[in-house]
Ligand binder design. Sequence first.
Ligand code: GLN
Ligand code: ZN
Length: 759
Amino acid sequence: MSIVTHLGFPRIGAKRELKFALEAHWRGEADAQELPRIAADLRQRHWQLAREAGADVVPVNDFSLYDHVLDHAVLFDAVPDSHRPLLADDALAGYFALARGRQSGGHDLRALEMTKWFDTNYHYLVPELQRGQRFRLSGDKPLAHWREARELGHDARPVLLGPVSFLLLAKTVDGSERLDLLDALLPCYAELLGQLAAAGVEWVQLDEPCLVLDLDEAARKAYARAYAALAEVASPKRLLATYFGPLLDNLALVQSLPVHGLHVDLARAPQQLSAVLDSLPEGRVLSTGLIDGRNIWRADLDQALALAQRAHKAVGSEHLWLSSSCSLLHVPVDLAHETALAAPLKSWLAFARQKIAELAVVRCALDGEADSEAALNEARRARATRLLSPLVQKPAVRERAAAASAEHGQRQSTFAQRSIVQQQALQLPAFPTTTIGSFPQTGPVREARARHRKGSIDEAGYVDFLRAETERAVRAQEQIGLDVLVHGEFERNDMVEYFGEQLSGYAFTRNGWVQSYGSRCVKPPIIYGDVARPAPMTVEWSRYAQSLTPLPMKGMLTGPVTMLAWSFVRDDQQRAETCRQIALALRDEVLELEAAGIGIIQIDEPALREGLPLRRADWAAYLDWAVESFRLCANGVADATQIHTHMCYSEFNDIIEAVAAMDADVVSIETSRSRMELLDAFVRYRYPNGIGPGVYDIHSPRVPSEQEMLDLLRKARGLIPPQQLWVNPDCGLKTRDWPEVKAALEQMVAATRVLRAEL
Ligand code: GLN
Ligand code: ZN
């Protein structure tokens, strides 16, 4: 009989139990045993839950207190020397110091860098390696967790990040080649596999998601070498797990590796099944990733079943596993906790637990069990209802999207022409100063929002409170001497949620938490239907803020690409199409802001770069529709209206053309930590429009001095023509406190005055 399993389970807990336990531990409020106890309890509950949902085998070692990549770095003793003493002294404290840094108890340790896990919104900690790095197996977590599961009677499979992906996801601090460390690393894997085999582990899962990326010759050779070496040692049977896309040109390499089983992603890449089956070596297990681990829709079980049947025909039930496409880490735990979701929508969804149950249905159907028909029918009905529902299908929205043409995304005049009109209208000084939008979300602001949500203050009281906060922010900005003001975003819980709540086609869960990193979770909105804007969203706030001051007030919106990237998206329509609908809904907001007398409108697109597909060959198509969406959203305004955009990062070298094609009048980016080096892409491209390179690192409470910011500004001035240069912090200030924000912005304005005097 084929096996039902999954590649990994969410760790944070349906009620974010791990988050709260971690935070209590970090605050020093929990006794030493509390965190391990809660962690073990979560593991055990999750195994039980997966078994009851229908899993035959549960993955173990997918659990982590903070991040699984960090766990591997610690397991192999691949940590910076600076952290070793603390790690030796107090393993848990050392582990969290690697994750979060530590400035107490006589330690001053920085955190490892964090970066996105492939194209998900999960972030992992980047192991730091160096030439001559030595590795050592320094723990037994995979085995210990396997034993824990076994004692509870579960058939379990330890999950390890494979050696080549581990190295490719790491960085070296001295510029040496990561893959040169493979020979040093492999003995650790060999030792670990040997321990697992000796303990009686039957299968181990080696995750090699890098196999879905473009690989160079060195990486391919590393794969061949690594897996040949591991085939020589005592080991459980090895399942090579690939996910997040098709194998494409890496398929032949993958099939040549000496492993006992292969997992492929058939949710993102169902079309690869034929090629995989055709090349699968005799006797190898095929783990079919049938159910989407990246999204929350109930599956099309007929399609999953058809794929499973084809695989079954080729490999037989002894060699077939039915699994999730990737780890279920990227979806919430259990739909059962969503008591407030509207009935039809809830019946369309599946979270981790429901996804395992779907696999169990596929297995029953594959085995021809009679009662599977009822479950299949139920799934068919739910899916059909969704696809045809008037909540989903809005003909007017679709017609409008179909009718929108490139012309609608074209400004009336060139930047050179319209910048003259804008300057006449705005009368800004040289090097205009501004901020990115949000001002501190202080305790009282968050409390007022919470009370409003619970209904303990009424709408009018809440609005009064927000108006007072807004006025305070406006006065503060006037006093500081900024040139272009913002209203402060006090009314916003989150830059995506705030808009999603006001757009139709978006829904929000109560408990749909997904881990972003460590204890940080997000609750991504669900885009379930055609997106429209029933009413203005920000106009009243902008109008009110503008009424308080003669200085220009910047309108503030989240752009279509970011609204899409940070949500669960529809699986019944291309992302490009959904993005276009969002763009048009936001376009109406832009035009209404303009009509309300808002002369500068900023449209944030921090997610543009992170939306880049994993394979280079797919970049151009993505950038085409992403840029087109931004243009549709932004560029319907008159010449006199100034469009800004903000992007939270500064690696622009490979997307600078796309950024230029957006044609925003001003783009602000993060440059303070790179000391303006990252302006380089704009300089080389001779980017023609306005640029606001951040001069103030908002990620730290530190107040930069006037001199520091002046140095940065002079550097920027040396790189780009003065009439293009704006002055602003790196990003929004919502995580900061007022005293430091005021002090830093005063220094920023003072630095700008010096720069102006040098003109
Ligand atoms: N306007 C938003 C803010 O200031 C931008 C945040 C972001 O780009 N992440 O908070
Ligand atoms: Zn930002």
